[in-house]
Ligand binder design. Structure first.
Ligand code: CO
Length: 146
């Protein structure tokens, strides 16, 4: 088990665009493992690599239905709309209402380098959008409705 430090809002790394993973090597596998340890330790439902200071397009999510690992994720389809409260491990102690699509389909690579497609509704759709935003340097606080 290896925990990494979760970067907090204000750190420039959270505002940068992450780079595509060109090769799934030992470092990427270690990153995935460490991110899972870190997310579960912090009781989070998702974590993106920039949140541990790594500008790579790597995301993990677990909304309670098992761990999802996404490398180079892309949103390929969305539909509907939902507005609900959102938070982030990098924005401790703050939450706010954000509108997201109700259904989101994502294409990514798994740790074996295989192309996977996953469709998520509701909270999972929200998590896909939130975590993929991190790879663009976007935080949920940018999207809070008042
Ligand atoms: Co977040």
């Amino acid at each position: 088990m290896a925990l990494r430090q979760i970067v907090q809002i204000g750190e420039p790394v959270l505002r940068k665009k992450s780079k595509k993973v060109e090769k799934i090597d030992k470092k990427i596998i270690q990153l995935l493992d460490d991110m899972a340890d870190t997310m579960y330790d912090a009781d989070g439902v998702g974590l993106a690599a920039p949140q541990v200071g790594i500008l790579k397009r790597v995301v993990i999510i677990d909304i309670g239905d098992g761990l999802i690992e996404l490398i180079n994720p892309e949103i390929i389809e969305t539909s509907g709309e939902q507005t609900d409260s959102e938070g982030c491990l990098s924005v401790a102690g703050r939450s706010g209402e954000v509108t997201r699509p109700y259904l989101v389909k994502v294409r990514a690579l798994n740790r074996e380098g295989q192309v996977i497609e996953i469709e998520g509704e509701d909270l999972l759709a929200r998590a896909f959008c939130h975590e993929i935003d991190h790879l663009e340097g976007i935080l949920f606080v940018d999207k809070i409705e008042d």
